[in-house]
Design a protein around this ligand. Structure first.
Ligand code: PNW
Length: 498
């Protein structure tokens, strides 16, 4: 009797451990050398916004506006206070057993004027200390050079819409390689070009600049791509021999699922993927924008009476400059949308969305999170990786962000664990069945933090942060304990086969 009920319980546990929300989970271990990490970004966690010589950046500027455009008038003035508590952060990473920590450098902390006329030694020292602490704990630093926090001085000059930005970025990157390159072997030039350019300059709300739909996205991206390429070439010429690091870029977007099996909807999916991911990775691999972007934007620009396409053209020299400038591809992925074709003859609408000729939406019935844009659709992870792997063969890929938000930061965060399990299961499937060459995965985020215009109302952390306490007390959530098991066993269910 006793043994048969024990057997029953065993069956029950193994049944549930292989499923989450009714979805079968992949029970193969991740490869031995597969790296697991956690991520943050400077403005979202550091605080110390005006300490030790740091200059003002655009998020300091936006969050101090009256009235404030940020939920609850929140600011990153203190945030998680990681500038002072970085050793605690590293202890948390160590506790979870991660292989690497992805963080970003605050440009205006290192170059207070935005330009390289003055290097702030205290700022440099802060990152040196963080990197030293990581290495002492055997955690590899993965460093993002630009994660949304442009010095306000540069924003005042037009930010990424002004092509002076290109060489200013290269100057900043050179300082970063020189100061930290001996200890940093994984670099990411830009986090999420699509968000920087589309949300930032197309919609105009992330940066609080004037919106310039149908123009700003393309200007910004054109400059960003040339800045990325120039920084990569500079690293190649000035640092690679001595430092031997890898330099990549992190792109982002939804998986766009055809809403029906019709060839029109399949075309809609392909078009929007090109306009989102191809926009950046196509030039970096092939030297130029995807054909469908060239065709659509040229066509609509001409109909609208522009003598030049709103999508700028690379010169022959620039094609040479850009082609082949990445050592790996970072991918941030959270969610998916359904798509259908909706080409419009209405030429009065000058916008990126009208240029795509595609409409996208997320069905009400998809599982929600604490962020309106983030619906849980695990299958999309596999589809997206497969699409990227097929279109850009031979590029090593790493997931640089994936995660789930809620609004209260609760410690018993079973929904977050389930999200991670189901997404990772699809990621494992993509590696096993679709030949996707993935070498790492990064959870967003190490801890609850300043979620841009949503302030502290949306929480992605594996660790909870008490923003009401001056200590910014950190407490591991259930998901942090789950993640520690994952980093140690490389297995997303209770028990794995090899
Ligand atoms: C990423 N959207 O940004 C960023 O890299 C992180 O800084 C951020 O905290 C994380 O995702 C979670 O939101 C996003 O508009 C920016 O859909 C914009 C969107 C999504 C993610």
């Amino acid at each position: 009797m006793a043994s048969s009920s024990a057997f029953f319980i065993f069956i029950l546990i193994s049944y549930y451990s292989k499923k989450s929300y009714g979805e079968e989970l992949n029970n193969k271990k991740f490869p031995k050398d597969f790296m697991f990490g956690a991520a943050t970004a400077s403005y979202q966690v550091e605080g110390a916004w005006n300490e030790d010589g740091k200059g003002e950046n655009m998020w300091d500027h936006i969050t101090h506006k009256v009235p404030s455009p940020i939920v609850n008038n929140d600011t990153g003035d203190v945030a998680c206070d990681s500038y002072h508590k970085y050793k605690e952060d590293v202890a948390m990473l160590k506790e979870m057993g991660v292989d690497f920590y992805r963080f970003s450098l605050s440009w205006s902390r290192i170059l207070p004027s935005g330009f390289d006329n003055e290097v702030n030694q205290l700022g440099v020292e802060h990152y040196r200390n963080l990197i030293k602490e990581l290495r002492a704990n055997n955690i590899t630093p993965v460093v993002t050079i630009y994660h949304f926090d442009l010095p306000q001085t540069l924003q005042d000059l037009g930010g990424l819409q002004n092509d002076f930005f290109i060489d200013r970025f290269v100057d900043f990157a050179r300082v970063c390689f020189r100061e930290f390159g001996e200890d940093v072997k994984y670099w990411i030039t830009f986090n999420e070009p699509w968000s920087i350019c589309n949300i930032g300059y197309g919609f105009g709300w992330l940066n609080a600049t004037a919106a310039s739909p149908g123009i700003g996205e393309y200007l910004c991206s054109h400059n960003l791509l040339r800045a990325h390429a120039k920084a990569w070439r500079m690293y190649d010429e000035e640092f690679r021999n001595d430092q031997n690091g890898l330099l990549g870029i992190t792109i982002s977007g939804n998986w766009f699922e055809p809403s029906t099996n019709s060839s029109a909807d399949i075309e809609a999916s392909e078009t929007l993927l090109q306009f989102t991911f191809g926009f950046y990775i196509h030039p970096i691999v092939h030297g130029d924008y995807p054909e469908v972007m060239r065709k659509n934007v040229d066509h609509r620009s001409a109909l609208q009476g522009f003598s030049q396409s709103r999508l700028p053209k690379f010169t022959q020299d620039e094609v040479q400059l850009i082609q082949g400038t990445t050592d790996f591809l970072g991918i941030n992925m959270y969610t998916s949308s359904l798509v259908t074709l909706e080409e419009s003859d209405d030429i009065s609408n000058i916008s990126y969305t009208a240029d795509t000729g595609v409409t996208s939406w997320q069905p009400e019935e998809w599982e929600s999170s604490g962020s309106s844009w983030l619906k849980v659709y695990p299958k999309g992870a596999r589809q997206l990786l497969k699409w990227l792997g097929t279109n850009y063969k031979g590029i090593k890929m790493i997931i640089t962000e994936n995660g789930y938000s809620d609004n209260d930061g609760e410690l018993e965060d079973d929904k977050r664990i389930s999200y991670y399990q189901r997404y990772l299961s699809n990621i494992r499937d993509a590696m096993e069945f679709d030949g996707v060459d993935l070498f790492g995965y990064t959870a967003w985020s190490l801890m609850d933090n300043f979620e841009w215009i949503n302030g502290y109302s949306q929480k992605f952390g594996l660790y909870q942060v008490d923003f009401n306490s001056p200590n910014r007390t950190r407490t591991p959530k259930k998901s942090a304990k789950w993640y520690s098991k994952l980093t140690r066993t490389k297995c997303i269910v209770d028990d794995c086969t090899e």
